[in-house]
Design a protein around this ligand. Structure first.
Ligand SMILES: Cc1ncc(COP(=O)(O)O)c(C=O)c1O
Length: 456
C-alpha cells in the first residue's frame, strides 16, 4: 500500500495509489467516452482516438501508479504527484503508442510484420506489442543505443522480434527501417509522428485525470518528437480543463520549441545526444500542430540539472529514471514554477537507465552543483612539491578525483591535470585563495573550453 502525502486538496480523498491503480484502463476509457469530441482538426487526432486507444490497452496494461513526491512537493510549495511510467512492463510509456498501432493492423498487414527504428524505448514497446499480438517485428537501433535497452528489446520480443544494429545515429536506424519497409512490405511503426502512436501516448493523460478524478493545475510532460505531448493535446481536444500544460525538452535538443518559434518543424543544426530518449532533430509534422494549438509552454532543462535530478530520484526516492524520464521533474522549481498550493503532475516517462551511465551522470551533476573543478597545475621543479600541494592547498573536505601528468616523459615535475571535488560549492573561493598563495602555477580549466568538454 502506498501512503499518499499530503492530501490532494483539503478534505479530498487522497488515495491515488493502489486503489486508483486497480481501476482498469477500460473503465477509465468508458468514463471518458461520454465526453463529446470535436470533429477531427487538421491533425486528425482527437479525444475519441485517445479513448479508443485506452480501450485497446485495457486488460493488456494496468494503469501505472500516480504517487505523491514529498521532496518535489516541498521544492515547489504545492502537491506534486509523479506518474510512474517507469513502472510499465517496458519501463516507459512508449508501449502505449506502439500497441495502439499494432492492434489496428489488418490481417494482411499482420502477416507482413512490422518494422521500426528506435533509440531504445520505442523498440521495447514494439517488441512487447509484437509478442502480445503475435506479429513479427524488426527493430533497428543505432550503435549508440545502450546495451541495457538492446537486451530489453530482445527479452521482451522473444521469438517475435529481431534486433538489428545499424549506423551511429538514430537517423541511420530510421533510414534502414524505412528501406526495410519499402523492400519487404512490413508496416513501419513510427515512434511519434503517427496518429495512432500519438493517440496511444495520450492515454497517459487520460489515465492521470481518471486517477485524480479531476485535472491537475499543472501538467509537466517530457518532449522528444512530441508524441506524448501531442497525445495529451489530442485528449484535451481544445478544452484545457484549466490546466497549465508544460513540455520539457533537453536544452541540447529543443526541436519543439524551435518548431514553435519558426512556425513549423525545422531541423536543428546540432543535437546533443546525452538525453538519448528525447534527442530528436526535428519535431513531427503531426505532433507540432497539436502542441501548438494546445497552447503548451515549452521549456528546457540543462544536462547538469537533469543529472542532479536523476541522482535525487535515485538516492532520495529510490526511483531509477533515465535522462529523458527525469526531464519533467528536473524542470520543477526552475523553468516550471507552480503557484503555492497548486496540484502538479510530472510524468516520469522512462526508467531504462544503463548502470554504466551513472558515473557520467554523477560527474555532470557535481560540475553543475559547483562541487567539481579541474585545474592544470605546474609544479615547481623540486622534490616534495606534490606533498606540499596536498598539505597546503587542499581543504579538509576536498578530494582529488583525477591526477594525470600531462608530460609523461617527466613524471616528477611536469604539469598535471587535477580534478578536485569539494565538500561544498562554497569551498571554492578558499581553495582558489590557497592556490594563489602556493608556489605552483594553477590554471583553472574553464567550463566552456574544449578540454573541459573532453573531461565531462
Ligand atoms: C523515456 C522517454 N521520455 C520521453 C520521450 C519523448 O518522446 P516523444 O517523442 O513522445 O515526445 C521518449 C522518447 O522515446 C522516451 O523514451
Amino acid at each position: 500500500m502506498r501512503i499518499p502525502w499530503p492530501p490532494l486538496h483539503p478534505g479530498e480523498d487522497t488515495d491515488t495509489g493502489d486503489r486508483a491503480c486497480s481501476k482498469t484502463v477500460r473503465s477509465i476509457a468508458c468514463h471518458h467516452s461520454r465526453v463529446t469530441s470535436k470533429q477531427p482538426g487538421s491533425s486528425g487526432v482527437v479525444r475519441t482516438d485517445v479513448v479508443a486507444a485506452a480501450d485497446r490497452l485495457a486488460g493488456v496494461l494496468a494503469p501505472t501508479p500516480l504517487e505523491p513526491s514529498r521532496r518535489l512537493s516541498e521544492r515547489v510549495g504545492g502537491q506534486v504527484l509523479l506518474k510512474r511510467e517507469d513502472l510499465s512492463p517496458v519501463r516507459s510509456y512508449k508501449v502505449r503508442g506502439a500497441y495502439n498501432v499494432l492492434a489496428q493492423l489488418s490481417e494482411t498487414e499482420r502477416a507482413a510484420g512490422v518494422v521500426c527504428a528506435s533509440a531504445g524505448n520505442h523498440g521495447q514497446g514494439v517488441a512487447f506489442a509484437c509478442s502480445a499480438l503475435d506479429v513479427h517485428g524488426r527493430v533497428y537501433v543505432p550503435r549508440t543505443t545502450p546495451r541495457q535497452k538492446r537486451d530489453r528489446i530482445a527479452d521482451l520480443g522473444g521469438d517475435a522480434i529481431e534486433v538489428l544494429v545499424v549506423g551511429d545515429t538514430y537517423d541511420d536506424a530510421a533510414a534502414a527501417a524505412l528501406a526495410d519497409a519499402g523492400r519487404t512490405g512490413a508496416t513501419l511503426v513510427p515512434a511519434f509522428d503517427d496518429a495512432r502512436t500519438i493517440a496511444g501516448q495520450g492515454t497517459v493523460t487520460l489515465e492521470i485525470v481518471a486517477q485524480l478524478g479531476q485535472a491537475p493545475d499543472v501538467l509537466v510532460i517530457p518532449v522528444g518528437g512530441g508524441g506524448l505531448l501531442a497525445g495529451t493535446a489530442a485528449w484535451l481536444d481544445g478544452s484545457p480543463l484549466g490546466l497549465q500544460l508544460f513540455g520539457v525538452e533537453p536544452a541540447g535538443a529543443a526541436c519543439m520549441a524551435a518548431a514553435l518559434a519558426a512556425g513549423g518543424p525545422v531541423a536543428l543544426d546540432k543535437v546533443d545526444t546525452f538525453v538519448d530518449g528525447a534527442a530528436v532533430r526535428r519535431a513531427g509534422d503531426i505532433t507540432y500542430p497539436l502542441v501548438r494549438d494546445a497552447g503548451a509552454q515549452l521549456v528546457v532543462v540543462e544536462n547538469g540539472r537533469l543529472c542532479t535530478e536523476i541522482l535525487a530520484l535515485y538516492q532520495a526516492d529510490g526511483i531509477i529514471v533515465e535522462p529523458a524520464g527525469a526531464l519533467a521533474a528536473a524542470a520543477l522549481g526552475d523553468a516550471v514554477r507552480p503557484a503555492p498550493g497548486q496540484l502538479t503532475v510530472c510524468v516520469l516517462s522512462g526508467g531504462n537507465n544503463d548502470v554504466s551511465r551513472y558515473a557520467e551522470i554523477l560527474e555532470r551533476s557535481l560540475v553543475y552543483e559547483g562541487r567539481k573543478h579541474y585545474f592544470l597545475v605546474e609544479f615547481p621543479q623540486e622534490p616534495g612539491a606534490l606533498r606540499r600541494f596536498l598539505d597546503d592547498v587542499l581543504g579538509p573536505d576536498d578530494d582529488i578525483t583525477l591526477f594525470e601528468y600531462v608530460k609523461r616523459n617527466n613524471r616528477e615535475t611536469g604539469p598535471a591535470l587535477v580534478g578536485i571535488e569539494l565538500g561544498r560549492p562554497d569551498d571554492l573561493d578558499a581553495l582558489l585563495g590557497r592556490m594563489r598563495q602556493a608556489p605552483a602555477n594553477f590554471e583553472r580549466v574553464a567550463a566552456d573550453s574544449p578540454l573541459f568538454r573532453f573531461l565531462v
